[in-house]
Design a protein around this ligand. Structure first.
Ligand code: GDP
Ligand code: SF4
Ligand code: MG
Length: 394
């Protein structure tokens, strides 16, 4: 079960006031002691995320947060972190203490969920201490006590039922693009930037995704691509690492559709169209324009070269302008982006679709166009039209 990457799991977050019993509930759901449970208000400082299997629904990621309503000075920091947790939430559990129900706080949280279009479930905790008329007032809510295992099991059942109704779209990079039985050639250069002894996540994901959808995939290096294409009678799609675009585009005949891992990744995150539109902003860059390069994780050093060297060099050459590049390498997204003329995001393989969609919307709401590494590489190589064709015929 630990094998499903976090980015592929439905993200459930437990919100609620300090001391509402969130951490106790989180532990009970997981069946282990992960979050700190305390009767001193506000002990959980950082949101804690754990993977769990909700049988039979499937793999989920459960996050415990600090209180939404804690306004002490450090509390403010916590509230900010909780707001960040909202960005990745697919489904919210709002925990409310039966013996101390803060209806105003619940109404406020409900507004935040609605604003972000996040479905939620109201869960009253500590029912062993009495639930005073709440069951009648909130017939849709679930009532639990950590001292009553049956109530937790009931919560899991209700949760599954709700999740199956609000489940995010199927996570697929290639499903629906081509019929089953199609032949897909994957081009993976093995150069100094390739991690030793393994493939990177988008490559592994795509191989699995082809298998899941009954497609045959042939994996080759760029150096053997010509030979591979000669040997294969029917090739329905070539997918290449963006770094090898130029060479691959010159080798693959025009009639064979071509795209990249990062474009398929962006398609899975659901916003490829907006990212392609974002690339238009490249033409309006001027001397002194500022570009934010956003990478969602630090652990893949093979991107350093693309983000720090290749893209800046290619964009300066393409536009002939004196451009400034800033880097933001973090799981979170910067709060202020209005100084930027363009945001270029990494492939986002380590964050979920909800986070990616929120980042894109955030940029667009602030009037800043956003695109991604793969789209920019296709653009500067003059093959964005060709690489986007397969998505337009859907
Ligand atoms: N009686 C009772 N106490 C609970 C229950 N759930 C949590 N508590 C207690 O409420 C206090 C706050 O719980 P905690 O989980 O740390 O709350 P959080 O601040 O929302 O994470 C702790 O003393 C818990 O032991 C419950 O179902 N019944
Ligand atoms: S999340 Fe971004 S920076 Fe991290 S490995 Fe994926 S594409 Fe690279
Ligand atoms: Mg807590």
């Amino acid at each position: 079960m630990e094998k499903t990457p976090l980015a592929f799991r439905t993200h459930i977050t437990v919100f609620g006031n300090t001391n509402a019993g969130k951490s106790s509930l989180f532990n009970k759901l997981l069946g282990q002691d992960m979050a700190i449970v305390s009767d001193i208000g506000g002990t959980t400082t950082d949101p804690v995320t754990k993977a769990m299997e909700l049988i039979p629904y499937g793999p989920v990621a459960l996050t415990d947060t600090a209180g939404l309503g804690d306004m002490s000075e450090i509390g403010e920091q916590r509230v900010k972190k909780t707001a960040k947790a909202l960005e990745k939430t697919d489904f919210a559990i709002y925990a409310a203490d039966c013996t101390d129900f803060d209806e105003a706080a619940y109404e406020d949280a409900k507004k935040q969920f609605e604003k972000k279009k996040i479905d939620h479930l109201l869960v009253f905790t500590k029912t062993d201490l009495g639930a005073d008329g709440l069951k009648e007032r909130f017939p849709e809510a679930v009532f639990v006590s950590v001292n009553d295992d049956a109530s937790i099991e009931n919560l899991k059942t209700v949760l599954q039922d709700r999740l199956s109704k609000t489940a995010p779209e199927e996570n697929t990079m290639i499903g629906g693009l081509l019929p089953s039985g199609s032949n897909v050639v994957l081009v993976i250069p093995i150069d100094s930037e390739a991690p030793k002894g393994r493939l990177i996540l988008p490559q592994v994901q795509l191989i699995r995704d082809c298998l899941d959808h009954g497609m045959k995939c042939i994996v080759t290096r760029d150096t053997e691509l010509k030979e591979t294409l000669k040997e294969q009678k029917n090739v329905d799609l070539v997918v290449t690492d963006s770094q090898a675009f130029k060479f691959v585009a010159s080798v693959v005949p025009e009639e064979i559709p071509l795209t990249s891992f990062s474009m398929l990744m962006a398609r899975m995150k659901g916003d490829l169209k907006k990212l392609i539109e974002g690339a238009d902003a490249i033409e309006s860059l001027k001397d002194g324009s500022r570009i934010l390069m956003a990478e969602a994780c630090t652990h893949n050093s093979s991107h350093e070269d693309i983000g720090r060297v290749k893209i800046p060099r290619l964009l300066r050459a393409r536009t002939g302008k004196d451009l400034t590049f800033d880097y933001f390498v973090h799981q979170d997204f910067p709060e202020n982006i209005t100084d930027y003329d363009l945001v270029i995001h990494c492939g986002g393989c380590m964050i979920n679709a909800r986070s990616m969609a929120n980042r894109i919307d955030f940029c667009l709401e602030n009037g800043v166009p956003i695109t991604n590494y793969g789209v920019v590489l296709a653009y500067v190589n003059g093959i964005l039209d060709r690489c986007g064709k397969i998505f337009r015929t859907q």
